[in-house]
Design a protein around this ligand. Structure first.
Ligand code: ATP
Length: 746
């Protein structure tokens, strides 16, 4: 026996706390109409979790609480406790005794307790379902509800049978699983919608990251280009700087030297030009004038000499003629004194004259001597005076001429000398000029070389400047690596021999990549990559989540279909078993006949006409529609009667049939207790006895609580509780004996 007791307090008509002990397999509750018996059955439903107010015969929660009377005040709450003996663990909870309590407050708030711990309704439902006890199950048959199993539609009947078979657990599990499935499907939808929300951003980030990856590739390309470019450039610049250094200075030195040489040459030229001009030329001209003058003088003199010579010749001819006239001239004697004077004169002349004019002087003195002596002779003989004078004059002139000739000669030689000098000077000028020309030629050659080196120097300076700028700039886009080019292999020979245009090409290529990189947006893009990774991880997480949810959805579906299959199988097996019992009980009740349950496809009833809608319709105004679900129909055949079908049964027959079916159902999976509220009301004496037999049989499997006015039924109970209600409207409980019970019941 599992049911130990029921405690009621404030529930409906039970204002005072009272309890019912169920110590025997059959307990009967008796009492007059309206004393509160059915409230006991409802107290069971209430505590087991019944949610339908209709079933509890109320509208609101407060209808369940004692409403008060003249004598008794209104209660604020109703409480019902049911206590089970759980030593055999028919309830899946590790306690020997299990108390389930439900309290309802005026504000309709319900509280549930299992062994004083507050729990959810769900916990109670789960616990009881496992023990085949439900709030509104077949094991509590309310007053007038006995034939509900016959009057409900086939679908609801199936539900009742399922519950009786203890298959509600499956239904419960199925509906739990379906709820879970719905939740999972909702989750799938929401996760998918999250993924859809993330998707455009993810796509955007993916594109960005792709760009960044491309920019990394470009950066790598840039780095290697830079390496080659910088290496070549640095080698080139080094080489050029060295070349400039080696070549510029010697050329400058050479230039300096040439400059010095040039200024020297120029100063020489200047000096010589100064010497040459104008004095030398003036003297030359003066001397030339002198020469001209001397020559004029000479020609005058020569003319004079010519005249004198002519006169001398004339004189001579005249003298000749005279001489001819004279005879031969005697030998003449010259006085010593004269000779001595002559010699003295000669001697003094010799002292006076020295050099070239001496001969002429001597000639002149001698001539004078001769002429003087001749004159003295002439005076004596012929007058030769004129001739002597003329000859003297001639000699003088000739002397003069000789002098002039000597002078002319001197002048000429001077002129020659001067000419020579001038020539020499001119020659040395020419040489100096040539030297200057040579120096200048050399200078212009050196200048050309120097200026080309200087041009190169300027160019290299600019290129060096650019190179420095470029190396600095390279950090920004390509990092330090770009300038770490020492490992790039290229020989100086390769650098020098290469056309500069190729290096320029490299530079342009670098510029192009730089522009591309700048267009892509500089910066490392770390943030974007990080965000992409995060969003991607989130998306992957969501994807996994969807996967997990899909898997759990499909495993739930699988579970649901397994449960349904199990339910279906067990249901059909159960129906088979019930049918066996049902037929037996039926035959016992009716002394024969046949009864069975049929599994059928359920039908939906649909109104055909407007009349039907207005409630005027006949049975024909309805049409049935198969809805594909399975239900249960009841087939009965009474012994010795042709009529078949439930609708042909009398009230008593119907009551007996339903009791037979309910008992059959209880036999397959006996619930711990069964409450029957005046199920026996419609039975005659004979049937009451059969009912009593069946009850006794049934009590072997389940505890029975029977609310009854039937004497036969009362006689089968081990314990009888009488319920009375006084004028105060409060139900009271009392344990009674059979005789008293019969009285109480009346
Ligand atoms: P019968 O034999 O005629 O079926 P019964 O013994 O089963 O009668 P119940 O239906 O259990 O009687 O009890 C109904 C009584 O309970 C009524 O008198 C009703 O006034 C009383 N009752 C129901 N709800 C409350 C409530 N909230 N407060 C007080 N009394 C209530």
């Amino acid at each position: 026996m599992h049911l130990k007791s029921l405690e009621i307090s404030g529930f409906k008509s039970f204002a005072k706390k009272g309890s019912l002990e169920f110590k025997t397999p059959i307990s009967a509750i008796v009492g007059p109409n309206g004393s509160g018996k059915s409230n006991i059955a409802e107290a069971f439903r209430f505590v087991l979790g019944e949610q339908s107010m209709k079933t509890l015969r109320g509208k609101r929660g407060e209808d369940l609480i004692f409403s008060g009377s003249k004598e008794e005040r209104t209660m604020n709450r109703a409480s019902v406790k049911v206590i089970f003996d759980n030593t055999n663990r028919f309830l899946d909870i590790d306690y020997d005794e299990v108390t389930i309590e439900r309290i309802v407050h005026r504000d309709s708030v319900n509280q549930y307790f299992i062994n004083k711990s507050q729990v959810r309704l769900k916990d109670i439902s789960e616990l009881l379902a496992g023990a085949n006890i439900g709030a509104s199950g077949h094991h509590i048959i309310s007053q007038g509800e006995a034939d509900r199993i016959l009057s409900v539609n086939s679908k609801d009947r199936r539900g009742m049978i399922e519950e009786a078979l203890g298959l509600k657990v499956y239904q419960f599990k199925i509906s739990e699983s379906e709820k879970k499935l719905t939740k999972v499907e909702e989750n799938i939808k929401s996760v998918e919608s999250l993924r859809r929300e993330v998707s455009p951003h993810l796509k955007f980030l993916k594109k960005q990251v792709k760009k960044i990856e491309q920019s990394f590739e470009l950066k790598d390309e840039l780095k290697s280009l830079y390496k080659e470019y910088f290496k070549r450039e640095s080698e080139y610049l080094k080489y050029q700087k060295k070349y400039i250094k080696e070549n510029k200075f010697p050329l400058e030195e050479e230039m300096e030297k040439l400059n010095n040489e040039l200024s020297l040459a120029k100063s020489i030229l200047d000096r010589e030009q100064k010497i040459d001009s104008p004095e030398e030329n003036e003297e030359f001209l003066k001397t030339e004038t002198q020469l001209k003058e001397i020559r004029t003088e000479k020609s005058d003199l020569s003319r004079k000499i010519g005249q004198v010579e002519g006169m001398v010749t004339f004189e001579k001819r005249r003298l000749k003629r005279e001489e001819d006239l004279q005879s031969q001239e005697e030998e003449r004697t010259i006085k010593f004194k004269e000779v001595k004077i002559f010699l003295e004169e000669l001697k003094s002349q010799l002292d006076v004259y020295e050099g070239l004019s001496l001969v002429n002087k001597i000639k002149e003195i001698i001539s004078n001597f001769v002429s003087k002596n001749s004159q003295s002779e002439k005076k004596e003989e012929i007058d030769r005076g004129e001739l002597l004078r003329l000859e003297g004059e001639q000699k003088n002139l000739e002397n003069e001429m000789s002098k002039l000739t000597v002078e002319e000669k001197n002048i000429i030689s001077k002129l020659d000398e001067l000419q020579q000098n001038i020539e020499t000077e001119k020659d040395s000028n020419r040489k100096a000029e040539l030297k200057i020309f040579e120096i200048k030629a050399k200078q212009s050659e050196i200048f050309a070389k120097l200026s080309s080196i200087k041009d190169l120097e300027v160019r290299i300076e600019i290129e060096d400047e650019n190179y420095k700028k470029e190396t600095n700039e390279s950090f920004v886009l390509a990092g330090r690596e770009a300038t770490q080019f020492s490992d790039f292999e290229v020989s100086l020979e390769q650098v020098i021999s290469e056309n500069r245009g190729i290096q320029e090409g490299r530079r342009r290529k670098i510029e192009k990549i730089k522009i591309k990189l700048e267009d892509m947006g500089a910066g490392s893009g770390d943030d974007v990559v990080k965000e992409y990774k995060e969003v991607q991880e989130r998306d992957e997480f969501l994807e996994r989540e969807v996967g997990d949810l899909d898997r759990s959805a499909s495993s739930l579906k699988e579970l649901i279909s397994e449960l349904k299959e199990k339910l279906d199988n067990e249901f059909k097996e159960g129906v088979e078993k019930i049918n066996g019992q049902f037929n037996e009980f039926f035959a016992t009740m009716f002394g024969g006949g046949k009864a069975e349950l049929l599994v059928v496809k359920t039908k939906k009833r649909k109104k055909k006409t407007e009349d039907a809608l207005e409630g005027l319709g006949e049975e024909n105004d309805y049409e049935d529609e198969v809805d594909g679900q399975e239900g249960i129909d009841v087939n009965v055949a009474l012994p010795n009667k042709k009529t078949k079908g439930l609708q042909m049964l009398s009230g008593g027959e119907r009551s007996l049939t339903s009791i037979a079916l309910l008992f059959a159902m209880s036999q397959i999976k006996p619930p711990p207790f069964i409450i029957l509220d005046e199920t026996d009301a419609a039975l005659d004496e004979a049937n009451s006895r059969r009912y009593g037999d069946m009850i006794e049989n049934l009590s072997k499997y389940s505890q029975l609580i029977l609310i009854t006015h039937n004497r036969e039924t009362m006689s089968r109970a081990g314990v009888l509780y009488g319920i009375t209600m006084g004028m105060d409207g409060v139900s009271r409980l009392l344990s009674v004996k059979l005789d008293e019970a019969i009285k109480v019941a009346k």
